[in-house]
Design a protein around this ligand. Structure first.
Ligand SMILES: Cc1ncc(C[n+]2csc(CCOP(=O)(O)OP(=O)(O)O)c2C)c(N)n1
Length: 609
């Protein structure tokens, strides 16, 4: 296709992305910003022989459109439809699957090195990485090794100045300075021209060019890592981007191509508010406003964010940490009220947790507000730095459980398992908004590491008390006394237990006992044993992997009082994307399914006995 045709194609792709995401919801701004880059990559490369890797994969809707998924594009993020990220099973053009940031460079180095090992350099390896993803340490680990190996990877830095919120960090600031200060490149040009006038300099021209580049453009860091640096280039100038890619592909060593792009490019509401338009629910194209204004009780995130401000007002030692999820974790309220006590460390969960340790050592009460799925990145610091050192760090774990449309990369279904095996940690989950506020209050008064998890979206709408109360650590709560069957729920599981109770009563002819477990560590083992002695069946309910989760903790506590335990949780497979309610139904964790499974199990037991 000619350049004119390709430019027209870019317009068509933008329209398809805007119109589809308006219906399905999804990552809008990021994919609008990469349209020209996507077209340029597919014009210059022969995918899948040449390997195009996208970090996170949320900016790759255009790549889906150009690799055979136009027809199915309207199923984006729908149950059974296209994923909102790239996944290996969806297309041979999706070289790697992702959803978490900062992995693409490492994959690319591995692919390039495999080519060297086998002696078959089968195509180019090009990865696209955002400036946000460059706040994650793993990106530097990859660059560092690529430089040392001389691996011929091509890294395209898609620099839009934004992570989800405006990007952070010293490197970002230096990129911004370079972007905002045109004198830097003018001065560099003048210096180069001046040097070229010095007799004898012509012979070492390229060396000097490299030296001035290092002095005047953000390429210095990449040059230090033994990358050739090309840029900065206007990432919406298709011809310029193609030329830069061609130049990079000709160089047989690591190259970084630096593009300046605009998040939301071509759709004015998204250009105007990149943060709000990063991840969208369905919206009206003309206005950019949500199609269905939110109603009902506030999300757990919001309740947490406001409660944290109140705790910080009471105690000047309270500080808050997010890893690039200021809005997603509700810390915008903290940022507004106490900007100097609110830290966005970038996409750096590992660092963020150890940073919290430093603050805790000095007497502060850090609260790390991190999604369950991203906290996986910080597992070693949780063990080695927080728990082993017994530091009073609070983990506010948002998006515990199935998250819905984002799918397998984002479900937070492993945190109970990976936290409850760690000594010194206290691990709890509220069943409603009021308990969330109380548990945060409790956590900030607890002398040791402590975590609370809560699900995505809104709770049942229980108003928090005016003055929060301290919850007794390790004590569960019997919500409804009953007989024969005890439904023991953890966190959102307690709501499921309540929701299932009537149907269980109908099925059994007697009302079941309903328990809000509150703590998985320390577990209220005394109550669990008492339930075991007084009931025929315990049913544990959790929005978490059944393996290693709350139900497993209950089983472990019962070795001397055996009673059948039906453990209801997420099965041992990766659950795909779709509406949360639909997914919960699919895996048998809707209130109705919980009730039916409990009654059927009790029925089978009765037949056996
Ligand atoms: C480990 C991890 N933490 C947090 C996130 C949430 N997240 C998704 S996209 C994003 C911003 C990425 O910014 P950038 O790489 O610059 O891409 P852009 O959206 O600007 O194109 C963040 C923080 C994530 N995907 N992975």
């Amino acid at each position: 296709m000619s350049d004119r045709q390709l430019e027209a194609l870019c317009g068509e792709m933008r329209r398809a992305i805007i119109e589809t995401v308006a219906r399905t919801g999804g990552h809008l701004g990021a994919s609008l910003g990469t349209v020209e880059l996507t077209v340029a990559l597919h014009a210059e490369l022969d995918s899948p022989r040449d390997k195009i890797l996208w970090d996170v994969g949320h900016q790759a809707y255009g790549h889906k459109l150009l690799t055979g998924r136009l027809e199915r594009f309207e199923t984006l993020r729908q149950h059974g439809g296209l994923s909102g990220f790239l996944t290996r099973k969806e297309s041979k053009h999706d070289v790697m699957g992702a959803g978490h940031a900062s992995t693409a460079i490492s994959y690319a180095v591995g692919l390039a090195e495999a080519g060297r090992l086998t002696g078959r350099r089968d195509g180019h390896v090009v990865c696209v990485v955002g400036d946000g993803a460059l706040t994650g340490g793993m990106a530097y680990e990859g660059l560092n090794q690529a430089g040392a190996l001389g691996a011929p990877v091509k890294v395209v830095l898609n620099d839009n100045g934004m992570s989800i919120s405006p990007n952070v960090g010293a490197f970002h600031m230096s990129l911004q300075r370079a972007r905002l200060d045109p004198t830097l490149s003018r001065v560099r040009g003048e210096v180069e021209r001046g040097l070229a006038m010095i007799p004898g300099v012509r012979e070492v021209g390229s060396v000097l060019k490299d030296a001035t580049k290092a002095l005047f453009v953000p390429g210095a860091l990449f040059e230090a890592l033994d990358f050739a640096y090309l840029g900065p280039i206007d990432g919406h100038d298709l011809v310029a981007v193609r030329a830069a890619l061609r130049a990079a592909l000709e160089i047989d060593r690591p190259v970084l191509v630096h593009l300046h792009t605009v998040k939301g490019k071509g759709y004015s509401p998204a250009e105007a508010d990149g943060e709000a338009m990063h991840g969208m629910t369905p919206f009206v194209v003309e206005s950019g406003k949500a199609a269905k204004p939110s109603s009902g009780p506030p999300a757990y995130t919001e309740v947490f964010g406001r409660a944290l401000v109140r705790e910080a007002e009471r105690d000047p030692r309270v500080v808050a940490i997010t890893a690039a999820m200021l809005k997603g974790t509700g810390l915008t309220h903290m940022r507004e009220r106490f900007p100097e006590r609110t830290y966005d460390v970038g996409i750096a969960e590992q660092h963020g947790v150890v940073f919290a340790c430093g603050l805790a050592l000095a007497g502060y009460r850090p609260v790390c507000a991190i999604y369950s799925t991203f906290l996986q990145r910080a597992f070693d610091p949780i063990v080695h730095d927080v728990a082993l050192q017994r530091l009073p760090v609070v983990f506010a774990i948002d998006r515990g459980g199935l998250v819905g449309d984002d799918g397998a990369t984002h479900h937070g279904v492993f945190d109970i398992a990976y936290l409850r095996s760690v000594p010194n940690l206290t691990v709890m989950a509220p069943m409603d908004e009021a308990e969330l506020v109380d548990m945060l209050h409790t956590a900030l008064r607890w002398d040791g590491p402590i975590a609370l998890r809560y699900p995505r979206g809104a709770g049942p709408g229980v108003e928090p008390r005016t003055a929060p109360a301290v919850v007794e650590v390790g004590r569960a709560q019997v919500l409804e006394p009953g007989e024969r069957v005890a439904l023991v729920g953890y966190g959102a599981g307690a709501q499921l237990a309540l929701g299932a109770a009537d149907r269980v009563a109908e099925g059994l002819g007697v009302r079941p006992t309903v328990v809000n477990a509150r703590f998985v560590k320390p577990l209220d083992a005394e109550l669990v044993r008492q339930l075991a002695r007084t009931h025929e069946l315990l049913v544990t309910i959790e929005d978490h992997a059944a393996i290693g989760g709350f139900g497993a903790a209950v089983l472990e506590a019962l070795d001397s009082d055996p009673v059948p335990v039906l453990r209801l949780g997420v099965p041992d497979r990766f659950v795909e994307h779709g509406k949360r309610e639909l997914l919960l139904q699919e895996i048998g964790l809707s209130p109705e399914a919980v009730a039916d499974r409990a009654v059927a199990f009790a029925g089978r037991m009765a037949r056996v006995s």
